[in-house]
Design a protein around this ligand. Sequence first.
Ligand SMILES: Nc1ncnc2c1ncn2[C@@H]1O[C@H](COP(=O)(O)OP(=O)(O)O)[C@@H](O)[C@H]1O
Ligand SMILES: [Mg+2]
Length: 365
Amino acid sequence: MNENDPNPLGANFAAFDLLATMVAVVRPGGDCVFANTAFEDVMRLSRRTVQGANLSDWFGDAARLADAVSAVARNAIASSRFDGLLRRGLRPHEDLLPVQVIVSQTDNPELVLVELIENAQQARQDREERTLDQVQATKELVRNLAHEIKNPLGGIRGAAQLLALELQGTELGLELNEYTQVIVHEADRLQVLVDRLLAPHRRAQVVVDVNIHEVCERVRSVILAEYPRGLRIERDYDTSLPDFRGDREQLIQAVLNIAQNAAQALHAQIAEGTAMITLQTRVARQVTIGKQRWRLALELHVQDNGPGVPAEIRDRIFYPLVSGRDGGSGLGLTLAQTIAQQHQGMIDCDSEPGRTDFRITLPLP
Ligand SMILES: Nc1ncnc2c1ncn2[C@@H]1O[C@H](COP(=O)(O)OP(=O)(O)O)[C@@H](O)[C@H]1O
Ligand SMILES: [Mg+2]
């Protein structure tokens, strides 16, 4: 092995470039032999700069990393896991990124593997998995509940109608007609609600070639027809995105539900004339959705400059019947999430006052 060559084994590590987590391969002294693409991206440095540097240079707590690498290389321990701070960028403009560091052996005693997982990335993945599990559980609960309500509902309505019929023409009937009408009317309202709860599960998918920008444009024109004044809808499209197979009408429904919420949240800004929704599309690589990993995906961001999702429901907005506004059903986002999931995708939300971002991620072939 040529000691002057910083990367004598580089070719062997190419597969690490497929990982979303940062990976570096170092010598026992900490000199970097290889750094994967994710590492370069996060560090905002070229591979050439990273390779050949000592990995400890990039750490807030350099001694900790050096100790771990040397202990693993000596086989004093097989692996080590700790929280560290990654120095990112060039001094004096660097920032510190909290990461989890995992140092482990390779089959070559001269080389040690260092994995770095961004805490934010870890937290996000955990949150996404939790959301998917919870959505699944609530979906089942709601479906069962809806069925339980649906069955007696027909009976209640029918009985009220029979009662009205029996009493027709009598004095009592005149008096009680109002009540039987309330029963029928409320039963009908519940029926509509229950049907909406059951709807996403019931309809079969109609799979066609879908162009995400066609979906966006349809949503844009519907919203603009509804809010002709005071609301701007900007587009920021990556037109290189390929078509994919999916249910176009359902996807329009999903995006519409999200955009409608944004428009509703923007009423003060619409009155002022400053309301803005942005529809942005981007390619994403190596994304994890739930427990599945995809090489390629598209991201559609629906952003608004409204007041943000109320803090007290922020963690629960995808649950059915959770609504932050008067007269809301709390079903819009549940349905949107179900539709995204039927396309192996997911929706998540990042919101603060002045900037709310709903991101729809859909895998691409
Ligand atoms: N862009 C947004 N800005 C602020 N709040 C939002 C936004 N999108 C959703 N929300 C909140 O999430 C809630 C749930 O939305 P949704 O499931 O569509 O039910 P609904 O619209 O019937 O209330 C809304 O009531 C609202 O409080
Ligand atoms: Mg809604």
